[in-house]
Design a protein around this ligand. Structure first.
Ligand SMILES: *Cc1c(COP(=O)(O)O)cnc(C)c1O
Length: 412
């Protein structure tokens, strides 16, 4: 199916983008001009329900009033000092985030992958300086099907050939085990192992929820072997999976949280590594840093984000709306149009029966029904609407999704 823009105006805007920007994405053909809450509006004035939330960076909705107010108040004061000086919003942010995580310390960065890189450096440093691993031998266990970002080190341990090909040589020091298999983690652990790095729910892989008990077993195995458990909660955290952190689903507390995406409220890139003093306290001046990391504007927004999570209302909405969404999509399974529906909070992965076409075909049909969702890995659609979506909008999404699949089935 050709993915046609809905107007000549959108076609012209897309042509300009495709002419002058590198083609490292394959977007749906819609050009967005404005957004509010769970809705985005294209340049022709068509209004859509956003079911991607910028890969969960907009968990609290577009232009959340409390986040915009925090940003606007800070914009007029100071936006960037660098870490050469202290800034006023920095302290309240790191204190609030440390408390949210139940940890001692925060190391702020900007993008998610920078926080992952920071966690890798942290684990290696801890391994050499505290655990006593001989220099150059630190090993980190990672999961098959992982997604942790796009830097050369991080793609070194991706299993996605598209993400890796032509970008070698790769960074050594990582070993893979199947996601969901704690026995394989234990078998792969040796004296040089410093950390296990995992997404508690794999997002880019298609909302892959591990078997219940897996995170608990990982916690037990890593504790017993003196290995750090690093939870990359960049996409799963901050309410998306029905709790503050996806690890909370099993009451598991990792040694290191890696956060990003929604931490910046969809306004600023803001990421962080959060851990106790015996781990993050190992850093000395000059050993790590970022010009924009911990900037006053991002910190002011980050504090407001932590405040939004304080009442538990967002986490509750994620649980309740997620259940409703999954139940509403049951007909897709009953009719055989979907081969699987996975859910963690308000976060769903739907595997499209290949007889109906690709996930992108269905997303294109949804676009025509004014619902924006994104395919991943060919046959999976990921749904992650903002947690502030109304019940009536969610019911509309369910109805349009069933209709889009029905249309596709009718065209088989
Ligand atoms: C998005 C994501 C990243 C990378 O974040 P960027 O801000 O794109 O660098 C890392 N880990 C997970 C689990 C993610 O979902």
């Amino acid at each position: 199916m050709a993915l046609e823009p809905r107007s000549e105006r959108q076609r012209a805007a897309i042509d300009e983008i495709e002419t002058f920007s590198a083609h490292n994405y394959a977007p749906l053909p819609v050009v967005i001009a404005s957004a509010e809450g769970a809705h985005v509006t294209d340049v022709d004035g068509n209004r859509y329900i956003d079911c991607l939330s910028a890969y969960s960076a907009v968990n609290f909705g577009h232009g959340h009033p409390a986040l915009l107010a925090a940003a606007q108040a800070q914009l007029g004061k100071v936006t960037l000092t660098s870490r050469a000086f202290y800034s006023e919003p920095f302290g309240p942010f790191v204190k609030a985030l440390a408390e949210l995580c139940g940890k001692d310390m925060v190391l702020p960065m900007n993008t998610g992958v920078e926080a992952v890189e920071t966690a890798i450096k942290t684990a290696r440093k801890w391994g050499y300086e505290t655990k006593g691993v001989p220099e150059g031998r630190a090993k980190i266990i990672v999961m098959e099907g992982n997604f942790h970002g796009r830097t050369t080190t991080v793609i070194s341990f991706s299993n996605d050939e598209e993400a890796r090909r032509s970008f070698s040589p790769y960074t050594p020091g990582f070993v893979h085990v199947p996601f969901g298999d704690a026995g394989a983690i234990e078998a792969a652990t040796d004296d040089d192992t410093v950390a296990v790095l995992l997404e508690p729910v794999q997002g880019e892989a298609g909302v892959i929820v591990p078997p219940l008990g897996f995170l608990t077993e990982v916690r037990e195995v890593t504790s017993r072997h003196g290995v750090l458990m690093i939870a990359d909660e960049i996409q799963s955290g901050l309410g998306r999976a029905g709790a503050t952190f996806a690890c909370d689903r099993e009451g598991v507390i990792p040694d290191i949280y890696v956060l990003g995406k929604a931490l910046g409220g969809g306004i600023m890139p803001l990421s962080a590594v959060v851990a106790n003093r015996d781990i993050l306290g190992l850093f000395r001046p000059g050993q790590h840093g970022s010009t924009f990391g911990g900037n006053p504007l991002a910190c002011a927004i980050g504090s407001a984000v932590v405040d939004l999570l304080a009442t538990g209302e967002m986490q509750e909405r994620s649980c309740v709306l997620g259940e409703r969404f999954r139940a509403g999509l049951q007909p897709l399974l009953d009719k055989g149009w979907a081969t699987a529906v996975r859910q963690a909070g308000l976060w769903l992965g739907v595997d499209v029966n290949p007889d109906l076409g690709t996930a992108k075909d269905i997303c294109y049909r949804l676009l025509g029904k004014e619902v924006l969702a994104k395919d991943t890995h060919g046959h999976t659609i990921r749904f992650a609407p903002p947690l502030v979506i109304s019940l009536s909008d969610l019911d509309a999404v369910i109805e349009h999704t069933l209709a889009a699949f029905a249309d596709a089935a009718g065209h088989v």
